[in-house]
Design a protein around this ligand. Structure first.
Ligand code: PMP
Length: 352
């Protein structure tokens, strides 16, 4: 026996590569290619360095209040954290303690099983169908909780809200987490269902549609009792999760709604154009409602395309996992970036 027999050993999540090179087209981690709202830059320029001496507001009230107003809920219904990863990890720890297995799709955000392993939560991966669709019947079973990304990642596919509602309604004794990291790109949010169901927790992020992955801001909205439990866990872990710049700039980002809508609109327009271009080149993909497209080619293996693109300085994401190892997840960049991608693919596929 040595000291490491008592260690909590985990196999960590592997985030997408953040290359040191800057001369690349980075379409591998679903970041937004456009800058944050102009108000964020103004806030940054006006930040008072002297305030850094002081701890931030442990309640993160400014950000919580502006989110509550934006989403028309009570501030007691809002929980914020260091990216939605932090919020989700905290929610797993807080809500999934029954000892019964939690359920999530076999193809989904690959952090879910990592958190389940970390917190020793039993889990079952529920297979999506051949078209990567969720079937609600599969979630009508005894369980210790449910997590569904909607739209899903990395498939990009959205389940109809009616289906999500049936899952929530059939599981009133479990917490159902709906991870809406990508909902702003044409998805349908489960937030209105909060009026009907107290077992729903909706999680969103500033990392994609608000162009602030680097600031690490995520949030959850649920009923007051649920958020109270989350806060108790957070205050038993780290009182000051949100730093001062994140609080100030996050608040500024929410305030500029026109810019937010314009940015999402641009991404959606580019995505729809690129869907047509990819189809014409022999790719097929689930109908994305996100800021990425999960594409497979009729002839050339995904791994080969991934390597060829990388050699060209175009980074996309490849998952060497069962059922999805012939797909590329391509983040939607600017029109110019996507034109470079399409031009390269056209040339490559003409000779391979
Ligand atoms: N959920 C899903 C489905 C995601 O794809 C991501 C991005 N990796 C996250 C949550 C976490 O994003 P963040 O921590 O940047 O908010």
């Amino acid at each position: 026996m040595s000291w490491d027999s008592g260690v909590r050993k985990v196999v960590p999540y592997t985030p997408g590569e953040q290359p040191k090179r800057t001369d690349i087209i980075k379409l591998n981690t679903n970041e937004c290619p456009y800058p944050p709202a102009p108000g964020v830059e103004e806030k940054l320029a006006a930040m008072d360095m002297d305030s850094f001496r002081l701890y931030p507001d442990p309640e993160a009230s400014a950000l919580v209040n502006v989110l509550a107003e934006y989403y028309q809920v009570d501030p007691e219904q809002v929980f914020v954290g260091i990216g939605s990863d932090d919020v989700l990890a905290m929610a797993f720890m807080t809500f999934f303690n029954s000892g019964k297995p939690i359920l999530f799709p076999d193809i989904t955000y690959s952090f879910y099983d990592v958190w389940a392993e970390l917190y020793r939560i039993p889990y079952q991966r529920v297979p999506l169908d051949a078209e990567f669709r969720i079937h609600k019947e599969d979630y009508i079973a005894d369980n210790g909780g449910i997590v569904i990304a909607n739209p899903n990642a990395p498939t990009g596919l959205m389940a109809p809200l009616s289906e999500i509602e049936e899952i929530i309604a059939a599981n009133r004794d479990s917490v159902v987490i709906v991870d809406e990291a990508y909902v702003d790109f044409g998805g349908e949010s489960a937030l209105p269902l909060l009026k009907k169901y107290d077992n729903l927790l909706v999680v969103q992020t500033f990392s994609k549609s608000r162009s602030m992955a680097g600031m690490r801001i995520g949030f959850a909205i649920g009923n007051q009792r649920m958020i109270g439990y989350l806060k108790d866990a957070k205050f038993s872990f780290n009182s000051y999760t949100m730093n001062r710049p994140s609080l100030e700039m996050g608040t500024a980002a929410v305030t500029d709604d026109a810019y937010f809508k314009e940015t999402c609109g641009k991404i959606i327009a580019t995505r729809e154009r690129i869907k047509k271009e990819l189809s014409a080149l022999g790719f097929s993909f689930p109908d994305s409602r996100t800021n990425f497209i999960f594409a497979t080619h009729e002839r050339v293996p995904a791994r080969e395309l991934f390597e060829a693109l990388k050699a060209e300085g175009i980074f996309v994401r490849y998952f060497d996992k069962p059922r999805i190892d012939n797909y590329l997840r391509i983040t939607i960049g600017t029109d110019a970036q996507m034109d470079r991608l399409i031009a390269f693919l056209k040339d490559y596929l003409a000779v391979h």
